[in-house]
Design a protein around this ligand. Structure first.
Ligand code: TXA
Ligand code: MG
Length: 315
């Protein structure tokens, strides 16, 4: 699909302080050399991202954890052993090498090893960790295909097209307290998965941990067409020109079209389809979208979290 040569060319762009959009298993990322502050600044500019929103640093080798962090203990290695490469971001105390622009001035840095060969090869050839948020404009729908990146960020130096992403929603973000983990952003690695390695912390989450994790902003992932949650849209709206985004159920009223996140109510399939369908529907003829409710257990929590935030601005 993508040759080694293309990855090396992209890596040269990273080395020279440019931006490269690349696939991960979750969503496409917009990458820059994490150790070059002026390269990282270009990410914020391209995304129109507020500087208070910290970036995730992507690594290909476990050794890089040592370089980027300070004072981590064996619990981090246990998590890495079980979940990396994969859709888990661990927020850890940062070392001095990580500049404030990456972490929005926080003394912690979010790190993950993506489970995608193009991403891992890009990092290896770039010979540096890569800071990368999702490759969308701030607050908009995350990209699961190269064409989604092109749509929102047409002026990026380079987009590596690795086809559709396998997971479909962003990584689970956690931080580690003395007594266990705290989930800062939901993803396909669930509380139950994490509990196989570490207990969930019983300590109160500090306010600044949540503020610093804009995955927690109320509005995010918004399509440019109104999206309502099933049961939350006003009955006065005429659904005859609208589309129902179903998780297997039939809608109560009449819709012009039904699009399926999953016909059988499968969470993994719904996660893969979520942003893909939102991109498709925002560009469609339908007036607005009504999303089915998703049972809030397991991966359903992460999917419903995205839908709620995507719908928030239309409440
Ligand atoms: O799957 C993913 O995580 C994708 C791919 C590209 O890796 N990346 C991604 O990045 O979703 P982004 O920038 O869209 O979301 C990063 C979120 C921040 O908004 C914040 O919620 C959390 O990760 N985060 C990053 N660094 C943090 C830190 N030091 N403390 C707390 N939260 C942090
Ligand atoms: Mg994002």
């Amino acid at each position: 699909m993508i040759s080694e040569k293309e990855i090396i060319q992209a890596a040269n762009i990273i080395k020279n302080g440019g931006l490269v959009a690349f696939p991960t298993e979750t969503v496409y990322g917009l990458g820059a050399n994490a150790l070059n502050p002026s390269a990282v600044a270009k990410i914020f500019e391209a995304k129109e991202r507020p500087s208070f929103d910290p970036l995730i640093v992507h690594i290909a080798l476990l050794e890089d954890l040592q370089i980027l962090t300070e004072g981590i203990d064996e619990r981090v290695y246990k998590l890495a052993d079980k979940f990396w490469p994969g859709p888990l971001t661990i927020v850890l105390p940062k070392s001095k090498i990580v500049s404030d622009i990456v972490t929005s001035g926080l003394n912690t840095v979010g790190i993950r090893m993506p489970n995608n060969l193009i991403a891992l090869n890009l990092i290896k050839h770039s010979q540096c960790p890569i800071a990368a948020p999702s490759a969308n404009k701030f607050g908009r729908i995350s990209p699961t295909k190269a064409e989604h990146v092109k749509k929102q960020l047409p002026n990026i130096d380079c987009i590596l097209d690795g086809g559709s992403t396998k997971v479909g929603i962003e990584s689970t973000v956690i931080t580690i307290h003395t007594d266990g983990f705290v989930i800062l952003r939901q993803g396909v690695i669930t509380k139950e998965d994490l509990e196989k390695v570490l207990p969930q912390s019983k300590q109160k989450i500090e306010n600044n941990e949540f503020i610093s994790s804009p995955g927690n902003l109320k509005s995010h992932y918004s399509p440019n067409k109104p999206l309502f949650l099933q049961g939350e849209y006003t009955q006065k709206l005429n659904t005859k020109n609208a589309v129902f985004l179903s998780f297997g159920k039939k809608p109560a009223s009449e819709f012009k079209h039904i699009e399926y996140l999953s016909e059988t109510g499968n969470f993994n399939e719904a996660a893969v389809n979520l942003f893909e369908k939102l991109h498709l529907l925002e560009d469609s003829e339908y007036e607005f979208i009504v999303a089915d409710s998703i049972p809030e257990n397991g991966i359903g929590i992460a999917i419903m979290d995205r839908l709620r935030k995507a719908a928030h601005k239309y409440l």
